[in-house]
Write a protein that binds this ligand. Structure first.
Ligand SMILES: [Zn+2]
Length: 316
């Protein structure tokens, strides 16, 4: 039933062409200790109008806050203090869609991107990675696209092999990634290569990573192609979309008290679950007539976010 509901959501998402992982991986979240939300007194003291949507406030900030780096809240409801900018071009990466100014993250995320891109550069046909959205300079909700990516611990990585690392700014606005799926995500297509497998394996094998979202057909393909140790497969999670890019979610940094991890994944490699996703794509279950209509999501205002996000917003 849950999956059928998700299928409807996923379909709706396709129909309105929303970005990547909207509505994504937050259903299973069980916050260990929800952070204290910003109170009216705190908001008033900071001069923040709580009728303004948080996405407008965070979307207006062009630089990181002058604070020690810290994610506050959860992946889909939080903000980022002390965000660091991923350099637009490095030896083994380029940040794409620079006009969005979403190449900011927690320093751990930036370090992760650098080391993963160096591994990707060792794959045939790849000189590194094209990096999609990380977070806004101070994280928080966004004016367009993602629901997650709010605390600087999520990053989208393009499926298109990064061969040319001298792309200009206009190139990076205009070039598109490539889709690696066919049959609505039940299978990979000819753009999917062993290099994708190796890069996703390296991405998931890094201990900083909590989980990775990719379309179901890719997970099933990796389950078939994996040899030897299969532990890394557990972190590869089937999800809607995610065929032009895969989405890496890092765990909360150690000692980050205000950061809320997602609930742990079930044991095992998750391959049977991915097969079920594929079967549901190929033979969609009939809609549940008793399912409640999806409730529209309310947009966050500052009093929905952790109290620390007030100082993240107010900091110089
Ligand atoms: Zn994403």
């Amino acid at each position: 039933m849950v999956r059928a509901f998700g299928l409807v959501l996923g379909l709706a998402c396709v129909l309105v062409a929303c970005g990547g992982d909207r509505g994504a991986p937050t259903k299973a979240v069980a916050p260990k200790a929800p952070p204290r939300a910003a109170s009216p007194e705190v908001l008033q003291a900071a001069g923040i109008d709580n009728t303004v949507l948080a996405k407008a406030l965070f979307g207006a900030k062009g630089t990181g806050s002058a604070q020690p780096a810290a994610p506050y809240g959860g992946y889909a409801k939080g903000c980022l203090a002390g965000g660091v900018e991923l350099p637009e071009t490095g030896p083994t990466w380029q940040a794409m869609r620079l006009s969005r100014n979403r190449n900011w993250g927690h320093p751990d995320t930036i370090a992760y991107i650098k080391r993963l891109s160096a591994k990707a550069a060792a794959q045939p046909g790849w000189n590194g990675l094209y990096i999609g959205d990380i977070s806004q300079p101070r994280g928080g909700p966004m004016l367009t696209g993602h629901r997650s990516h709010q605390i600087g611990m999520d990053v989208d990585i393009w499926m298109k092999p990064a061969l040319n690392l001298t792309l200009t700014r206009p190139d990076r606005e205009n070039i598109s990634s490539i889709s690696t799926r066919r049959a609505r995500g039940a299978y990979t297509n000819d753009n999917w290569t062993r290099a994708h497998h190796e890069i996703l394996k390296a991405a998931a094998s890094d201990p900083a990573v909590a989980r990775i979202f990719v379309f179901p057909g890719a997970k099933v393909q990796m389950c078939r192609d994996a040899r030897g140790n299969r532990d890394w497969l557990r972190k590869i999670r089937p999800w809607w979309g995610h065929h032009y890019h895969f989405h890496v979610r890092l765990s909360c940094p150690s000692g980050a008290a205000g950061c809320v991890d997602q609930a742990p994944m079930p044991p095992g490699d998750g391959c049977a679950d991915a097969e079920r996703w594929v079967q549901d794509i190929l033979n969609p279950p009939p809609p549940d007539p008793n399912a409640p209509p999806p409730r529209p999501r309310r947009e966050y205002v500052m009093s929905d976010l952790p109290q620390q996000c007030v100082s993240v917003l107010s900091s110089r």
